[in-house]
Each structure stands twice: as C-alpha cells, then as structure tokens.
Ligand binder design. Structure first.
Ligand code: M6R
Length: 612
C-alpha cells in the first residue's frame, strides 16, 4: 500500500526520488519521507500528510547527492505522524529502511532488540527491521546485502524493504515477499520501485524480482541473490507504455483522463482475438480443448471493483458456456471450505496483481489442485506470476485510486473467456461467436458516444451534491453495475451509497427512501422485457415515496416516472453493463468535484491493497 523508490546514479538523487514518489502517491499518501546518502551520514526528512508537505519542509540548500530512498505511506502500525513516517533509522542514524507491507513478528523482534540496547522512536513494525539490519550488518562485516538475507530469514509477514547505509551510500539493497518491487536499468544509473511508473521517465528496461530475492544496486551493477546468497539470473523485460500514459494529459484529474481513456482501453483488450476462421484466440489460457471441455465449475475471485467485474462474468459465462460459475470476495474465499479441485477453473481478477486478499485466495485454490487463470492489468505482478495462466487487460496504467478503465477492460476480458469456453464446448456456433465478437468491437465507439454527450449529466449531477444517500438499482446483468456505481460514489464523494437488485427493494431497503433521496435505476438490456417492466414498477415505488429518480436506459426504451433519463446506445444484451458503467463513473466524479473531495486520492484508501 506504500510507494517505494530507490535511486543510485549520476543525477541529483532528489529529483528521481521525489518525481518517482509523485507517480506512486496513489499507493498511499498519509506521510512521505526520504533518506539521501551524503558522505558518511544520511540526510533524512519525513512529514505526515501528502508529498507536498515533505517538499515544503525541505531546506532550500538541500545537499546534492547521488543516491537515496523515498517512501509514501499508507499507515498500518501507528498513525500517520511525522514520527511514524518512513524512513526508519538504526541507533546510529546511519542505516535507513523503508517498507511496504506488515512485519507480523515485529513485537517479538522489538523486545529482543530493546534488550540489546536499541532505542525505538516510532510505533511502526518497520523500525524493528532497521535495528535488526543494523546488528546483522555488523555481524556480516558491513555487507548490507548479506545482512538483508539474514534479516529475511527472521521476518514473518509481507514486505518490500529498501535499505541504504551511510558508509556505502551508492549501494541500495532491496527485497520482496508478497509485495511488489521492480528494478529499472538506466545508463550508469539504476532504480528500485514498487511500480515501473516511478522510473518510466528514465528507462523502459525493467527487472522482475522473485519471492525473498535480495537485490543490490549500484550505479553500474544489479545483482540478485536468493536467501542463501546464490546468484539469480537478472530477468529483464521491456515496459510497453510510455510516460505520457502515466500523466494527466490536460485533464483535471487522472480519474477523468482514465474515464476518457476507456474507448482505447476496450479496443486494445479486444484487438486481434478472432482468427480468420472465426475462432476466439486466447492462447494465454494455456489450455487444450480437452482441458477446457473437462471444466466442471468456475470460481471467480476478486475484491472491490474487480469483484463486480466477476459478477458480470457469472452472467456471461453461464449464459454462453453453460458452466456453473460462483463469484466470491477473495478475502472470504480461503476462510471457508470452497469446493475446488482439478476440474475447477479459478479466475482471479485484479487490476494491480498485488492485492493480498486475492493472492492468498489464489494460493489456496492452487493448493487444492485448481487451475488458476489471472485477469490482470499489471505486467509481471505477483498474482499473474503465481497463476497458471494470465490474460492481460490492456487498460494502460491506472493511477486514480478509483478504478474505471481497468473495470471495463476486466469485463471485456471475461467476455472473451466466456466466448472461448462456449466455442470450444460447442455451446455457441462459430457464427454466433463471430457475431458477438463483432458486437463487442462496437463498444469503444459506443463508449465514445456516451462521453461525447455527457455534459447534461455533469450539470444535473451537481444538483445532487448535498444528498446524504444515493441508492442504485439494477436487475439481471445490470445488478453488478448498480453495486459498482454505489462503490464509486462512496469512494469518491464519501456519500452513503448502496446498490440493490431492484426486486430486493421491497424486502427492506425501501425504508431508506424519503423526500429527495436520489435513486439511480439502470434498466435491464433492451430485450429483457419481463425484467424491464419489473424495474419500471420499482421506479414507481420509490418515486411514490419522494425519491428523485435518474434512469439509465438504452436508446428507444420507454421510461416512465424519471426526473432524467440518460440514454446509452443499444448493444448486445450482455454487453450493456460496459455502457451503463460510464455515466455512473461520471456521476461519482462530478459529485466529488462539486463536494471538493480528493478525486484521485480519496481519504483512507490506497490503490494497491497489499495487506490482508
Ligand atoms: O488491484 P485490484 O483490482 O485487485 O484491486 C481490488 C480493489 O481493491 C479495487 O478494485 C478497489 O475496490 C478500487 N478502489 C475500486 O475503485
């Protein structure tokens, strides 16, 4: 949940570190700090609050040094104060450590280290690592990499750690366990970071790191070793997007830019997936036709917004491929006895590929013998690496904490999986698959069309800015979209918002309706007449009790009783959720702007949730 950057090279280290932190601030933003390696000492500054607070606290005559580490924090142990901000130091103030994750045995370590004379100044779990490393470095004759390997053997939990020592400041040592860390190879300079976005401006050459591997960088070298000290080959890959993709590009917020990125993102996820003989091309599944035919059940596991994409997957896969699908919140999955075996396909959906709840669920499913397919947006992240196969969405970097373009591409990716399974199992003919694929190819243009006509919705939305409650209603495949609309509004505008299946309203939630309550109702796909009528009745029920009703409906569908109707183009029925999502994103964005909340970095949240 924290952002981590390390730099060593000819530049003044302050610039790549602070610029890197700015790009990683989405990961956590309740405090920030740096440690720069001057000769024989460290320059350390850290401040509660956003990166801007740290920058304001820095002296004008900051020393020009060529290596250092920096951190933005999402607090776990100890509140977001100056003292608890990273880096944390050893007793001599010569060794600095930054950390993402949780050290589960920190209290035991702290007790032992205190007995040995170490003085602790924060409430964090991280500080124990600084003191531990300090002792271990002395035991290993000043070798920080050896000390890190020895430390890892004593640590429980999940972590990315970076350390620097004043005696050898051009060397930075890092390690990861269940938490992201990548290296960047520059010309005469090297980088370490939680995410390639931190150094994309300087290099597109990245290096991935395995579990418990220790990496040591100097300006000219990168060395990776396993916990026993044996050298591990450097696994290099190229970053396929450029720095513009991680910039706002003239939009007021990353979220707005990412909403407008969606047509391209959907097109990129869909492109080239139908062969000349009308077969869905998903070689990434790494499954033979015989294996696909053997699948008896599918479990989709995910968190937050990705879970809503999983709910859409259930409708699509069951409808097309006729395979039973259950969808489960990843954090619940391994704490019951899920029915999962060699005939199960587990689909793990994640934008970041680092969500700890999901990673643990993936491991549980694999241990039970299931084949795990990741649907992920972040190359070489942990969940794809630990899965049997990965289908990447091609949304590009998503910086805003609230997920938008990643969500719609996750839905598109699960459509492709559904079509592939249905085709191989003979549930859809080649002609039907071709027709559906061509319908899907219309989605980018249809999203574009919605975005071009969004102005009246933006103006209307502002009239709801003082509402304390907003309810979202959906039925059938639009039910997950009602949940997603509510989640977006909660995250961004801090308004109490709930999504309901329209039919459930009368079983309790209708008690929430009072004069002026906002209700956003998403009509089922245009050809679901039976459901449509039911939904129109639900609208009348809330309207009769004083609700202000906005309806999202396909063009041409008759709507009675709404204060405002937002029209979306007609798409194939199962594709309608992608289109209905867009106005809900705009709605949440616009209310957040009107209420003056922090759109890209909402309070208490982090983009990548690497703790359980
Ligand atoms: O990176 P992931 O897709 O695994 O993240 C899952 C959720 O944490 C994420 O979707 C979260 O709900 C977003 N903030 C939603 O906007």
């Amino acid at each position: 949940m924290c952002g981590i950057v390390g730099y060593t090279g000819p530049q003044s280290a302050f610039t790549p570190i602070v610029e890197g932190l700015r790009r990683l601030e989405y990961r956590g933003y309740d405090s920030a700090g740096i440690a720069l390696g001057t000769s024989n000492s460290l320059f350390v500054e850290k401040r509660a609050g956003k990166l801007a607070n740290l920058e304001a606290a820095l002296p004008a005559n900051l020393p020009t040094v060529h290596s250092g580490i920096g951190h933005t924090r999402w607090a776990t142990h100890g509140g977001p104060t100056d003292r608890n901000a990273h880096p944390h130091l050893d007793n001599e103030g010569k060794l600095a450590v930054i950390h993402n994750g949780i050290i589960e045995n920190y209290a035991e370590l702290k007790a032992v280290l205190q007995k040995r004379g170490h003085t602790f100044t924060s409430e964090t779990d991280t500080e124990s690592v600084a003191h531990l490393l300090s002792d271990l470095r002395k035991e290993h004759q000043g070798d920080l990499s050896a000390a890190m390997r020895a430390a890892v053997a004593q640590l429980r939990g999940s972590f990315t750690l970076l350390a620097i020592h004043a005696d050898n400041p051009s060397t930075i040592v890092g390690v990861r366990r269940n938490s992201p860390l990548v290296a960047g190879i520059g010309k005469g300079e090297n980088f370490l970071a939680s995410d390639v976005a931190a150094f994309i401006e300087y290099t597109k050459r990245a290096v991935e790191l395995g579990q418990d591997e220790v990496i040591t960088i100097t300006p000219e070298t990168i060395e990776i070793t396993d916990v026993h000290g044996a050298k591990v080959p450097v696994r290099e890959y190229e970053i396929t997007w450029d720095k513009e993709a991680a910039q706002k590009g003239g939009f007021a917020h990353f979220m707005l830019k990412e909403i407008f990125d969606q047509p391209k993102a959907i097109a990129d996820t869909l492109i080239g997936r139908l062969s000349d003989n009308n077969q869905i091309q998903l070689d990434e599944l790494h499954m033979t036709d015989a294996e696909i035919k053997r699948i008896k059940r599918i479990s989709v596991i995910a968190c937050g917004t990705a879970y809503h994409a999983g709910m859409v997957a259930k409708y699509a896969i069951e409808k097309w491929a006729k395979i039973p699908v259950d969808v489960e919140i990843a954090s619940e999955y391994r704490y019951r006895d899920p029915i999962v075996d060699q005939d199960s396909l587990v689909v793990a959906i994640s934008q970041s590929g680092e969500t700890m709840d999901l990673l643990m669920a993936v491991r549980h499913a694999k241990a039970a013998g299931a084949r795990v397919l990741a649907v992920c947006n972040t190359n070489s992240s942990t969940i794809p690496r630990e899965s049997d196969a990965v289908l990447y969405t091609h949304a590009g970097p998503e910086i805003a904490v609230a997920s938008t373009k990643a969500f719609v591409t996750q839905i598109v990716a699960v459509y492709l999986i559904g079509l592939k399974l249905a085709q191989v199992r003979g549930e859809l003919s080649d002609a039907e698959v071709k027709n559906l694929y061509h319908e899907a190819l219309k989605l980018p243009g249809q999203v574009e069309q919605i975005l071009e006509t969004v102005e009246p919705l933006r103006a209307l939305t502002r009239t709801f800015k003082s509402n304390n409650t907003v309810l979202f209603l959906g039925r059938g495949i639009q039910y997950p979209i009602a949940l997603e609309g509510a989640l977006k509004l909660k995250e961004l505008a801090y308004i109490h918002a709930e999504g309901f299946a329209g039919g459930e309203l009368k079983h309790g939630p209708i008690a929430l309706i009072e004069e002026g309550t906002a209700v956003i109702a998403i009509l089922p796909p245009h050809d679901e007449h039976a459901l449509d009528e039911k939904m129109l009745s639900n609208i009348q029920e809330v309207k009769a009790r004083g609700a202000r009703v906005i309806v999202i409906a396909a063009e041409g569908v008759e709507v009675i009783g709404a204060e405002h109707v937002i029209r979306i183009p007609i798409a194939a029925p199962l594709f309608q959720p992608v289109l209905a999502t867009v106005p809900l994103q705009v709605f949440a964005y616009e209310i957040a702007v009107a209420r003056g909340t922090d759109v890209d970095q909402p309070r208490n949240l982090a983009k990548s949730v690497t703790v359980e």
